[in-house]
Write a protein that binds this ligand. Structure first.
Ligand code: SAH
Length: 255
């Protein structure tokens, strides 16, 4: 009896000794392959998620402008957010970009870009560069884009991301967008991505005749997107979507 237990124990040890190195070997052999597969499928996964975002969040909700749809299919939104958020880059929601600011939900970016009716020859002003994602979409569909960001760190990061992605038709400046950017005016379209309580007159003045401004307007966190059209002789304003943008900040007044 004792002898047979000893034999079983001995055989188990031998089996364990044979099995252990092969397990270890298997792990070390497969680990690099698995990592490689993951990093490839990670890249493909973003591409797949981006196409699904365009179909299910954007086209399905009524965005029809093919140039906007093509831009949304092309621009790598995950490059504009920081690591913890990359996996959520194509989800149907706004995301944090630091400094208590957010990148808009993809549909809102598409909606504003389509509503502004931007031609390939257009010169566009954006107020609120944030991470630069909306600017990149505009850079795809317009000729020139000027974008203003009030937080210097965000402006610097957006400049870096946009230049790494090769955008040469987008200029980002640090400043208060409430005043617009008079040097490059007039603009064929103005897109504002931070909400003022009322439409800044400087922006209306810097809009070209027949130009469109798309701007969230309202106090606090409840606003409506207003589409403002400037004709030869009047300004037409139309409220469209209820939205929630970050409030437009104003530099402290100097006395
Ligand atoms: N369009 C951005 C998201 C904008 S979030 C994107 O694609 O990421 C709104 C941005 O507007 C914030 O970065 C905020 O700092 C900026 N902002 C707020 N008030 C501003 C002002 N007066 N002038 C310029 N930028 C302003």
């Amino acid at each position: 009896m004792n002898f047979s237990w000893a034999l079983i124990a001995l055989l188990s040890c031998c089996l364990l000794l044979i099995a252990l190195p092969s397990c270890a070997g298997e792990r070390s052999l497969h680990t690099p392959e698995i990592l490689g597969e993951n990093s490839n499928s990670g890249r493909d996964q973003f591409e797949i998620e981006r196409q699904e975002m365009v179909e299910y969040q954007i086209r399905a909700r009524g965005i029809q402008d093919e140039r906007v749809l093509a831009a949304m299919s092309k621009v790598p939104r995950h490059e504009f957010v920081e690591s913890p958020w990359k996996d959520f880059a194509y989800s149907d929601r706004p995301l944090p970009i630091g400094h208590q600011q957010t990148i808009s939900q993809p549909y809102i970016v598409a909606y504003m870009s389509e509503t502004a009716e931007i031609s390939p020859e257009a010169k566009v002003l954006e107020i609120g560069t944030g991470c630069g994602y909306q600017a990149a979409i505009l850079g795809e569909i317009a000729k020139e884009v000027y974008s203003i960001e009030i937080i210097p760190e965000l402006a610097a990061r957006a400049r870096q991301t946009l230049s790494q992605l090769g955008y040469e038709n987008i200029e980002v400046k640090t400043g208060d967008g409430y005043q617009g950017w008079v040097e490059h005016a007039p603009y064929d379209a103005i897109i504002v991505t931070a909400a003022p309580e009322k439409i800044p007159q400087a922006l209306v003045d810097q809009l070209a005749t027949n130009g469109k401004m798309v701007i969230p307007v309202g106090g606090g966190w409840h606003q409506d997107i207003v589409v403002l059209t400037k004709t030869e002789d009047r300004i037409i304003k139309k409220k469209t979507l209820p939205v929630r943008f970050v409030p437009m900040r104003r530099k402290a007044l100097k006395w």
